[in-house]
Design a protein around this ligand. Structure first.
Ligand SMILES: [Zn+2]
Length: 439
């Protein structure tokens, strides 16, 4: 079934549950199909490196007592070195099917593995980007593709090492890549702009790209994920990374800063005031030992945020939102940290507030109308029994079985009874690909 006119029995909004809400994805048919049960908007996943899905769980083996983000990165580079357009397509399709089954209906794909392993462009320089676009299309997920500009090995301007060669573009080649991909834009695909990080791209290069592209495309970059990066930025520029960016670029509502784990009070205040959003990736940040985002301080400054699954050590909005809140409980010694105003009983529920802010905070990051995604929770599961007002609390904090039963994106049923319509075929290809990659 595609392009149906539908009405759902109960629909969650950030202000409360609504009854008998109609949706008209595509052309309106005669009378709406009434769908029973509890429905939510699809959840945006605002930070993904699809190829890393294939190495999730392969780096949980101690090689040195000082294992860290930086030793993990070496393994990740080795893994990236084995990817080609066919294997990237297979891994990304598997990942996007998993995302849809978990309730993510759009993804911001932060894509930096562009060339052949020795750095030579493919015959089609956009081949790896097109593999990701094809994976999103075939899985049915909405995509904001973020081709990454990656030019140097550190704040000191050192060149890329051998393993980083396949990430490199000069600025003209990068602009040609964006130009080539722009022609593929559609309601389901937006092309954004992306700088890997301030250590990998100079301010002059950012200036050059933004001068050429202008406009209001989504702009993403990693920032202040690890303390050595903060220290290197201070050594090179006399300022912390977020401060340095705010001083030098027109940061605004179309900017997404990924992680922003290490900010001081004035950076939090000024970044929030800029209207930019942060993409927080709690399970990856925990897995890599990054640190805890300053969520209470960020929310007190009216900062906008969303979630990403980043390295895909977990592909679950439940786990990201649960650990976002739990991290703050560990840090503060308090319960129920992420809640709305006292005069709004619905938003005193942590679940309702987490979900509302994660969805609303993503609009500038996706640059798309994400309203096309719709998911149903399986309220026949005992863990979800009870009143509607606290249903999202039970979904996010009680139990570990996936409760997402049905997913529709852009008028197409992709998941029924918890299973993506292409689950088996996609998994078969993924298994074969993983054997080649790890063999
Ligand atoms: Zn990342």
């Amino acid at each position: 079934m595609s392009n149906p006119r539908i009405q759902v029995e109960k629909f969650w909004t950030s202000e409360g549950w609504r009854r008998n809400v109609s949706f008209v994805p595509g052309d309106a048919a005669s009378s709406p199909e009434l769908l029973s049960g509890h429905w939510l908007p699809g959840i945006p996943n605002t930070h993904s490196h699809a190829f890393q899905r294939a190495m999730a769980g392969l780096a949980e083996y101690q090689t040195d007592a000082a294992d860290s983000f930086w030793t993990w990165r070496e393994l990740m580079y080795a893994f990236a070195g084995r990817m080609d357009p066919d294997s990237l397509y297979a891994v990304a399709t598997q990942l996007y099917v998993e995302m849809l089954e978990a309730g993510y209906t759009s993804v911001c794909e932060f894509h930096y593995v562009h060339h052949q392993p020795d750095g030579t462009p493919y015959d089609d320089p956009a081949a790896m980007s097109r593999a990701l676009i094809a994976a999103a299309r075939d899985a049915g997920i909405g995509m904001t593709l973020l081709p990454v500009l990656y030019q140097r090995g550190g704040f000191d301007g050192r060149p890329l090492n051998a393993r980083q060669q396949r990430f490199f573009h000069d600025t003209d080649a990068y602009l040609r890549l964006i130009d080539a991909l722009r022609t593929e834009e559609s309601p389901m695909l937006r092309i954004g702009v992306c700088f890997h990080s301030l250590r990998a791209v100079s301010m002059a290069s950012i200036d050059g790209v933004l001068a050429a592209l202008g406009g209001e495309r989504p702009i993403h970059l990693h920032i202040a994920e690890q303390m050595p990066e903060v220290e290197d930025c201070i050594a090179a520029h006399g300022a912390r990374p977020v401060r340095h960016l705010l001083d030098r670029q027109p940061v605004g509502a179309n900017w997404t800063l990924v992680h922003a784990t290490h900010m001081d009070a004035s950076e939090i205040r000024d970044l929030a005031a800029s209207g930019a959003s942060v993409s927080i990736c709690p399970t990856t940040e925990a897995n890599l030992g990054d640190g805890l985002f300053s969520l209470p301080e960020w929310r007190a400054a009216n900062g906008r945020w969303s979630i990403g699954s980043d390295s895909h050590i977990s592909v679950s909005p439940v786990e990201e939102l649960r650990w976002l809140e739990y991290g703050q409980r560990f840090k503060t010694g308090h319960r129920n940290v992420c809640v709305g105003d006292a005069d709004d009983p619905f938003r005193r529920h942590v679940g309702n507030t987490l979900l509302a802010e994660a969805i609303n905070g993503a609009s500038g990051s996706t640059g798309r109308d994400a309203s096309a995604g719709l998911i149903r929770l399986d309220t026949s599961q005992p863990a979800l029994y009870g009143d509607d007002e606290a249903l999202i609390d039970r979904w996010l904090f009680s139990g570990n079985r996936s409760a997402v039963s049905d997913v529709m994106v852009d008028g197409v049923w992709l998941v029924r009874d918890g299973r993506h319509r292409h689950r088996d075929g996609v998994a078969d290809r993924y298994r074969d690909t993983l054997r080649q990659l790890t063999g």
